[in-house]
Unconditional design. Structure first.
Length: 389
């Protein structure tokens, strides 16, 4: 029998009721499930939103769960109970967990014990929830697949996002790496501060031409979350002996509604941009791909322990520090997703299980005495937190 330390019989969750837009998401209360053998139940404080969730919400993810389901890969919180065969980390430990079967957007999440990692004492719950997907992805891109070396050049698209910030920080662990990126002009200042040498606004300039002026032979490592027609461009920017690593197809999604035509065009573009083995041999280049969800489901034992040991060590040394864009109450999930879709976020967008929703704040304010400044200030802090880092 599982160890129990919780007498709350319900679990508040953000449920995907069907593939589509935000109208397919709703808050539901369901009975609290016991942890299965080998699992840990975490009382969640914060959970992350990632591009994989947007893909899954529209039914475009390779390992997509069937609705109704709960999405979300990463959580931070407190160990609340153990499944059979699990004794560590102890109940009450502050942890971060990778939900390799999704399920993170919940008040309580079930996570395999070997994907639960104790948080350093100086790590906040927000940092814990923002760490796993972005930094494990960056680690795979740069070290496991990319074999990043001293003096290398790197191009990272979506430089101001969560993975982009993680890439910038992890590049600092290797001497003399030159890092280039693409993002909108409004985000250049933040990305430059993170460690990028040169940034290109992909909406205003041809990033291929701009990059070839900077690096005529291309770069050692191209990190490509774009896919589609951009695959051919990024292969062009990969120098001989270099690697072009694909880890997303963000060009397949341009709005809240699923577009089969858009997806088909993206996949066709990927195919036409592909290279046969003989072409790769003649060009002396490599093309690879990373799917973190599959890796963490099937191969995490070969990768995650050492990666997390390094990432936590770098966190303690001050090299790693997740960039938090904003934190929203679970009930205000539409605001969180809209911020991402409008490309306003700089860094990670999180959901909180303890923040009060905007509607709850409004209800409290209507009952509060007129002129109660303390309550008004409190509402501003609880509705949403935006990082000023």
């Amino acid at each position: 029998m599982a160890e129990e330390s919780n007498d709350n019989g319900s679990n508040r969750r953000l449920v995907l009721t069907g593939y589509g837009g935000l109208e397919k998401l709703q808050i539901e209360n369901r009975p609290l499930r016991e942890p299965r053998q080998g699992d840990i139940r975490i009382k969640v404080e914060n959970c992350g939103i990632n591009f994989a969730d947007a893909m899954a919400r529209q039914g475009l993810y390779r390992i997509n769960p069937k609705p109704p389901c709960v999405l979300g890969y990463e959580v931070s919180g407190i160990v609340e109970s153990h499944g059979i065969g699990v004794t560590q980390p102890p109940i009450g430990t502050r942890v971060m967990g990778f939900c390799n079967n999704f399920g993170g957007w919940s008040e309580y999440a079930l996570v395999p014990a070997d994907l639960v990692f104790p948080m350093p004492d100086n790590m906040s719950f927000e940092d814990g929830a923002a760490l796993l997907v972005n930094y494990l992805t960056a680690y795979l891109l740069l070290f496991t697949f990319g074999n990043l070396r001293e003096g290398n050049t790197v191009l990272c698209h979506m430089a101001a996002g969560g993975v982009g910030h993680a890439v910038a920080q992890l590049c600092k662990t290797v001497p003399n790496v030159t890092l280039y990126g693409t993002c909108s002009t409004s985000k250049h200042e933040d990305a430059l501060a993170a460690g990028y040498k040169k940034l290109i606004d992909y909406r205003k300039a041809d990033y291929v031409k701009e990059m070839l002026l900077l690096e005529p032979d291309g770069v050692n490592l191209v990190l490509d979350p774009l896919g589609g027609a951009d695959s051919k461009k990024n292969y062009r920017l990969t120098k001989p002996f270099g690697k072009h690593i694909v880890y997303g197809i963000s060009t397949a999604i341009t709005g809240e509604k699923r577009s089969v035509i858009r997806l088909a065009r993206t996949l066709v573009s990927n195919t036409t941009a592909g290279k046969d083995p003989l072409s790769l041999m003649n060009d002396n280049k490599m093309i690879g791909g990373i799917h973190l969800g599959i890796i963490m489901k099937e191969y995490h034992k070969e990768f995650a322990p050492q990666a997390m040991a390094d990432i936590i060590r770098w966190y303690n040394e001050g090299i790693v520090k997740p960039k938090i864009d904003s934190v929203h109450a679970l009930e205000d999930f539409t605001d969180a997703f809209q911020r991402i879709h409008d490309r306003k976020n700089v860094g990670k967008v999180l959901l909180s299980l303890s923040l009060k929703s905007k509607s709850a704040i409004i209800q409290e304010e209507t009952k509060a005495p007129i002129g109660d400044k303390t309550d008004q200030k409190g509402s501003e802090e609880n509705v949403v937190y935006e990082s000023k880092e």
